[in-house]
Design a protein around this ligand. Structure first.
Ligand SMILES: *[C@@H]1O[C@H](CO)[C@@H](O)[C@H](O)[C@H]1NC(C)=O
Length: 225
């Protein structure tokens, strides 16, 4: 490249850089601003897995990454449960009021489908539901339950993404962010239920034989009053 061209290129970069930075800042929101991290011990990350297999055959926690997998032919997580197979972490931090936030970096390998990877557990009995929000994977899409009109991300496979889910339990409102970008705002099932967050793999509709999700740096926040 000759000197004049190089200078022109440099000028272009200098002129456009502030615009690019501004664009990025406008798209990504600091979802945890105004929130306080809730201290969690490892014991509060309770792993549920098919009751008849050893933990290490469905769960690995190495290098900060929690890897969970399950087969659609697996048993439920307890001998008495009639639910579909899961390897899922139940974060043992209940709440029934206030504003709470789940943050985690997730990864779904391609091929995993027909599965829930994250839930906000708990709903008033009158609602007829057990959960307030579930995020399912169908094909490469991350979807609110099985509602294809509410696709949270259309290209979720084989990449790390930051997931933030904010739940205002008093207002029964939820917001879902991918990489700081708000993708869904939706009403909950009502107020007055006990809630907690879950993540991993929990079989839903038309599952793949093997389902897997990986998670790192999972944190829970609540809004300081
Ligand atoms: C959390 O809520 C569940 C019911 O959903 C209850 O069984 C459990 O005892 C609660 N734990 C605490 C520490 O309050």
């Amino acid at each position: 490249m000759c000197g004049a061209n190089r200078l022109a290129m440099l000028l272009l970069i200098v002129l456009l850089l502030p615009l690019a930075v501004q664009g990025a800042a406008a798209a990504a929101v600091d979802t945890t601003a105004g929130f306080t991290a809730v201290p969690l011990t490892e014991a509060q990350f309770s792993v549920q897995r098919p009751y008849d297999v050893p933990l290490e055959q469905r769960y690995e926690f190495a290098g900060g990454v929690r890897r969970m997998w399950v087969y659609c032919t697996d048993k439920p997580h307890t001998t008495t449960s009639r639910t579909k197979p899961r390897t899922e972490i139940h974060i043992m931090q209940n709440y029934s009021s206030g504003v709470w936030q789940f943050e985690g970096y997730g990864y779904v390998p391609s091929g995993t489908t027909g599965v829930s990877v994250m839930q906000v557990f708990g709903a008033p009995p009158a609602s007829g539901h057990a959960t307030t929000l579930m995020l399912h994977v169908y094909g490469g899409r991350l979807v609110y339950y099985r509602d294809e009109t509410r696709v949270v991300d259309g290209d979720i496979y084989d990449r790390w993404f930051r997931l933030n889910v904010i739940h205002d339990a008093d207002a029964a409102e939820l917001a879902v962010f991918i990489d700081g970008d708000e993708r869904l705002r939706v009403g909950g099932r009502g107020v007055g239920a006990v809630h907690y967050f879950k993540f991993g793999v929990y079989t839903q509709t038309d599952p793949s034989h093997r389902m897997e999700s990986r998670w790192r740096d999972v944190r829970v926040f609540t809004k300081a009053c």
